[in-house]
Design a protein around this ligand. Structure first.
Ligand code: PRP
Ligand code: ZN
Length: 283
């Protein structure tokens, strides 16, 4: 039995649960306590505050965990980053009251910066040879300048909405983060095998996200052009139609470019284009 730690609530909770569910792992949410066992996979889920996940995995209380790379770096515990999970993307940035006339990092020399990430901030400022004092605050860092607690902040920025509504401007993007799967460095072979299966499933779920399955009829003579428009896993699947001179072509396309691709395919004679959702993709 493997134990995975995920966030109880907060920005990574829902996406972590969706990833497990899309990977075919059934966890009874209704009966959810602080520990719940999956009914069809040898795993149990431990719900924790994100800040506590790296330590819990490093100490072996959980074998693996899903947490932001920012927390992993800040806490500095000995864990392996096993996989990037593609969600929870954010950055740690320096921000100042928007009317300050920021001229570059020298502007922060001798200033006080409020943050919940003192280690990452200190490492960064040291690397840039800037002396500053750091006020460590657990939450609501964004109010520190207006409250007179600090000159600047160093905090998570995702949409940027929090900064705007607090009259702050992002001046330096320091550290880019996303959710990652972390693991205890000393798991036994049995646990490692379960982790490998999990990583394989996550990979196929992550690969299929943001992608669509597309199929169409196309004149045989246009296939060369179509293959250029649709680079696929290997190459598109092409099957002859009963009607002479026509083929059916199948491929996988990124959702963000699908309308451009459709336009280009129509221009070379594609007809009967179908776009289907893609559930899993095994490379
Ligand atoms: C972070 C951060 C900001 C907000 C930024 O807090 O401290 O408050 O998100 O996001 P935005 O750019 O989309 O507005 P979070 O919700 O992660 O809670 P936490 O600080 O308690 O971890
Ligand atoms: Zn937190």
């Amino acid at each position: 039995m493997l134990r995975i730690a995920i966030q109880t609530k907060g920005r990574l909770n829902e996406d972590s649960l969706s990833l497990l569910s899309d990977a075919g792992i059934k966890i009874d949410e209704n009966k959810r306590k602080f520990l719940s066992i999956a009914s069809n996979f040898p795993i149990e889920v431990l719900y924790l505050r994100d800040d506590d996940i790296p330590q819990t995995v490093a100490g072996g209380v959980a074998d693996i965990g899903i947490v932001g790379l920012n927390e992993v770096r800040e806490r500095g515990f000995d864990v392996n980053v096993l996989q990037k999970l593609g969600f929870g993307k954010c950055r740690l940035s320096l921000a100042l009251p928007k009317d300050d006339n920021y001229t570059g990092l020298d502007f922060l020399e001798g200033k006080c910066i409020a943050t919940s990430y003192p280690k990452i901030l200190r490492d960064y400022m040291d690397s840039k040879h800037i002396n500053c004092s750091i006020a460590q605050i657990a939450g609501s860092v964004e109010i520190a300048p207006a409250a007179g607690l600090a000159d600047a902040i160093f905090d998570i920025v995702s949409s940027g909405g929090t900064l705007v509504s607090n009259g702050l401007a992002e001046v330096e993007k320091v550290f880019f983060s996303e959710a990652v799967l972390i693991g205890n460095p000393d798991m036994d072979e049995e646990k490692k095998a379960i982790v490998d299966e999990l990583i394989f499933r996550f990979e196929s779920v992550i690969d299929s996200r943001g992608k669509k399955y597309i199929l169409m009829n196309i004149p045989t003579e246009a296939i060369g052009e179509a293959v250029k428009i649709l680079p696929a896993m290997r190459s598109p699947t092409i099957m002859p139609l009963a009607q002479e001179g026509w083929c059916s072509l199948h491929s996988v396309v990124r959702e963000d470019v699908i309308w451009d691709k459709i336009k280009a395919l129509k221009a070379i004679g594609a007809e009967g284009i179908l776009v289907l959702s893609l559930e899993k993709m095994i490379m």
